[in-house]
Structure formats: C-alpha cells, structure tokens
Design a binder for this molecule. Structure first.
Ligand code: FES
Ligand code: FES
Length: 161
C-alpha cells in the first residue's frame, strides 16, 4: 500500500492525449491538471466538493477534481474545459454561454460547462427539473443562473458529443 508521500508514475488520457505523470499518492487531480499539465482552465474555490468550480469529466462523468486523487485516474480518460473546443471552433455549449451572456466574472464557467456537457451527454433533452437537479452542485457567485440555464437550453439541439 502506498504512503501519502510515495510517488508513482501513472498514465492518463487528458483531452485525448496520453500523458505520463509522476504523482504522490495524495496529489489531487486539480493540482496535477493545473501545475503539471498547465491546464489552468479548471478552477479551485471551496476545495470541499461544494461549489463545482473544479468540475472535470473522468470517463465521461462529472467529478470534483479538488477531491479526486490523481492516482484514481490511472488509465482513465479525463476531459477538462480545454478539451471542449475543436481547435479554434468553440463547442456549441461554449458558444451558447457567450450568446446568452452566461458569465460575469467567469470563474464558475468551466465547472458549469463540464457539468452541462455531462448532462447533455446523458440526457439529450433534459427537462428543466433535470437541469436544476444536475446543476445542484455548481455555484455561481455572480448569480448568472438564469442565463446559464438559457445557455444550456440553447445548446441542446446542436450539442455534439
Ligand atoms: S473547488 Fe472543488 S468543488 Fe469547489
Ligand atoms: S460568473 Fe462569476 S461566479 Fe459565476
């Protein structure tokens, strides 16, 4: 069994690219993404799995990267907000957030985008109740909720997965 400071090399696919990273067994996924892989789109806020700001996808499921150990992602697929756009072309969800003015400071936006992506992957045309339930773990301090909901609705017909 690994001690918390023991290090291990893991292979993980991040945004479609295989990466080999050297991590301590206690390293959090958010730190490996931001500090080792320089994917700083994933934001840290509460650090307690309450706000959803740090949400990424692991094997297509939305998880809080602030409470996921990096070693848990060995041989799995991680997708971050940087993995949504196709080159210079924004993902339809990203474009919908712009079109609906769904960000003020934008700090919560990566987390909302990833949760919304997972939602639309699971349920292509969710009811308003399903959207509310799915987004329960995401907090927007600027209170952009109405516009965020409008953006998710706007993205539904065109969302590519
Ligand atoms: S920073 Fe991870 S849930 Fe808030
Ligand atoms: S847009 Fe500022 S926290 Fe959501």
């Amino acid at each position: 069994m690994l001690g918390k400071d023991d290090r291990i090399e893991i292979t993980v696919t991040v945004n479609g690219e295989s990466q080999v990273v050297d991590v301590a067994s206690s390293d959090l996924l958010i730190d490996v993404l931001r500090e080792q892989l320089h994917l700083t789109g994933t934001k840290r806020s509460c650090d307690l799995q309450i706000c959803g700001t740090c949400t990424v996808l692991v094997d297509g499921k939305a998880v809080s990267s602030c409470t996921t150990l990096a070693v848990e992602t060995e041989n799995r697929e991680v997708r971050t907000v940087e993995g949504l756009a196709d080159g210079e072309t924004l993902h339809p969800l990203q474009q919908a957030f712009i079109d609906e003015f769904a960000s003020q400071c934008g700090f919560c936006t990566p987390g909302f985008l990833m949760t919304a992506f997972a939602l639309l992957d699971e349920v292509s045309r969710p009811t308003p109740e399903e959207v509310h339930r799915y987004l329960e773990g995401n907090v927007c301090r600027c209170g952009s909720y109405t516009n965020i909901l409008n953006a998710i609705e706007r993205a539904q017909p065109t969302t590519e997965r």
